[in-house]
Design a protein around this ligand. Structure first.
Ligand SMILES: [Zn+2]
Length: 246
């Protein structure tokens, strides 16, 4: 098999049987010990005062991309070719800066907290100068309408476009929980899609962001169920903040 999906005979249980363009099977997905997502056993974790994540996100030119009914269906990319592109979007964790590459969505969420699956999650993909990835997950939960997510939806092309996607100015910080609610869980895991590459530093925001049922349904029409089941924690250590990130 050369293609994978989220269900059926090439679904997550069978990703190790699918081969990449070089004919190599995605073995890591099944046989490695530090895969993602996981079910975070929050209630049984000892909390510590972790070094804050410094979110250096800016108002910047982005594109809301309609990928159709594919892996993610939707993502947000900064536009490095834009003439207005002066800002760098990055996080700094323990002195290491990682640049934001793109943001994509999953419905429902991939990570669980104490068994609870959320309505969705946004994954903020960052890479540092050594090529090490840090993924920040913001969980989504149906509640109040979210005006910032409304802006992303407004700029989403109706049809699948990979080029000439309109750019617009957007404050990426508005997709995070407010500053006093940025406590996190952290652990080391993997990409949640093939090739399931490991040594990804995961930072899960403890406080979910709310969006309306209508807004969730917009994303669900682009894709629904792009969610890998949770993977064994094995002997990994999961850290939990006892303080908000301020
Ligand atoms: Zn993801």
């Amino acid at each position: 098999m050369t293609t994978w999906s989220f269900s059926g005979s090439n679904g997550p249980e069978f990703w190790h049987l699918v081969v990449d363009t070089n004919g190599e099977p995605y073995s890591t997905c099944k046989y490695s010990q530090t895969q993602s997502p996981i079910d975070i056993p929050a209630a049984s974790l000892a909390t510590t005062n972790l070094t804050n994540v410094d979110f250096q996100y800016q108002t910047t030119d982005v594109k809301s991309t309609n990928l159709g009914y594919s892996i993610y269906g939707f993502n947000i990319q900064t536009d490095p070719n834009s003439q207005n592109q002066t800002a760098t979007n990055q996080i700094v964790v323990n002195g290491t800066a990682s640049e934001l590459e793109q943001i994509h969505l999953h419905t429902p969420s991939e990570h669980r907290i104490d068994g609870k699956l959320f309505d969705g999650s946004m994954h903020f993909v960052h890479k540092d100068a050594n090529g090490v990835y840090t993924f920040v997950a913001v969980l989504l939960q149906v509640g109040e309408r979210n005006s910032n997510i409304a802006t992303l939806i407004e700029h989403l092309p109706d049809s699948v476009l990979l080029e000439n996607v309109p750019t617009f100015n957007f404050d990426i910080t508005t997709l995070l929980p407010i500053e006093s609610e940025r406590a996190t869980y952290r652990y080391t895991g993997s990409f949640t899609v093939p090739p399931c590459t490991e040594n990804v530093k995961w930072i899960i925001m403890q406080t979910p962001l709310e969006l309306s049922q209508d807004q969730l349904e917009v994303f669900q029409t682009l894709f629904d169920g792009n969610t890998r089941p949770t993977q064994p924690i094995n002997d990994r250590i999961i850290q939990a903040d006892n303080t908000p990130s301020i």
